[in-house]
Design a protein around this ligand. Structure first.
Ligand code: SF4
Length: 317
């Protein structure tokens, strides 16, 4: 196999990282690159390992998503699936496996294969059993709301109407499209066609953040246009707040779509300023020191890469 190339790319979450802290984007895109190799430096290996780290809220979202998609698939097969079955068959075993992996520590040598929770790594979880109970209750509530409020709306969709979305679990490169020469990662949770219409749903197991989520789904609309030839007026977007049992359904106007493209273009431009010769094709980062540490210490308390920054942060403070 040829040598992997670190291609310039943009995503909603990459932009959020970059906005919060330039250094975080450096670690997650450039500092970690090659960190899986035997001859990598200690810093590269550490950045790669920390980059793969998860956290309890991320696990909660994955478990809820796996469970509701299982319910949907069971429904499509004509099999009844209640919230208890989805919890016991899908969500609970998933959480138990990941939580045990995090405690067992095999992620130290195989960070891609085994889960490491940030809360375990940085010892920030005071009441582990309480945290587990809270996550379990929230996921069960999400599944119940999905069955009661979402499934009646989408239960008639058939598998041949659904888009196959490439995720990290399906292997290979994850879902993306090329826009104005830039690789854009965009991974909708669930999308399907009804005639000329494309409907895109995003499952949210956490809090309502309507403005941020509208922006995120604007990117999915662009995915539908660029990759699947949809017309904007035929794209229907839904943020499904599973814990609250609420949905934010919307369509984008041409103006809103243009604003989203401008915002994306601005972010791509700002990231390009941190590359040698502003050259996205070469995609060689400026030296690490040029990627500023965040000004807000609060950002560091929620950051996987704290271990790599703490000495520099201590000197600065
Ligand atoms: S620990 Fe703080 S400074 Fe370092 S990458 Fe994270 S947010 Fe940025």
């Amino acid at each position: 196999m040829g040598e992997l190339k670190n291609t310039f790319s943009w995503s909603f979450s990459a932009a959020a990282d970059f906005d919060q802290c330039r250094r975080r984007r450096y670690w997650s895109k450039y500092g970690m690159w090659g960190g899986w190799g035997r001859n990598a430096s200690t810093e590269q290996k550490t950045a790669y390992r920390l980059c793969k780290m998860d956290n309890r809220w991320g696990l909660m979202g994955q478990a809820a998503e796996n469970a509701v998609m299982w319910v949907l698939k069971q429904h499509q097969l004509g099999k009844a699936a209640d919230a208890d079955a989805a919890w016991n068959t899908i969500a609970r075993p998933f959480l138990t496996k990941k939580w045990n992996e995090s405690n067992e520590g095999f992620w130290r040598t195989q960070p891609k294969q085994f889960c490491c929770l940030r809360e375990h790594y940085y010892k920030t979880m005071e009441d582990e059993n309480g945290a587990k109970r809270q996550i379990a209750a929230q996921i069960q509530n999400c599944i119940a709301n999905f069955i009661g409020k979402v499934l009646p709306r989408i239960g008639s969709i058939q598998p041949n109407q659904e888009f196959r979305i490439a995720t990290p679990d399906t292997g290979g490169d994850v879902e993306h499209f090329i826009y104005e020469g830039v690789k854009i990662y965009s991974i909708p949770d669930y999308a399907y066609r009804i005639g000329d219409q494309i409907h895109i749903h995003d499952w949210k197991a956490g809090k309502i953040k309507a403005e941020q989520h509208r922006l995120q789904l604007s990117l999915y609309a662009l995915w539908a246009i660029v990759k699947h030839g949809a017309k904007l007026e035929n794209i229907f977007l839904y943020v499904e707040y599973l814990n609250e049992g609420q949905v934010l359904p919307f369509q984008l106007s041409e103006t809103e779509m243009e604003e989203a493209k401008v915002r994306m273009g601005t972010s791509v431009g700002e990231m390009t300023e941190y590359l040698e010769d502003f050259d996205r094709e070469k995609n060689v980062p400026l030296p690490k020191d040029e990627w500023e540490l965040t000004d807000d210490p609060q950002n560091c308390t929620q950051c996987n890469f704290y271990e790599l920054c703490k000495a520099e942060l201590a000197v600065r403070d």
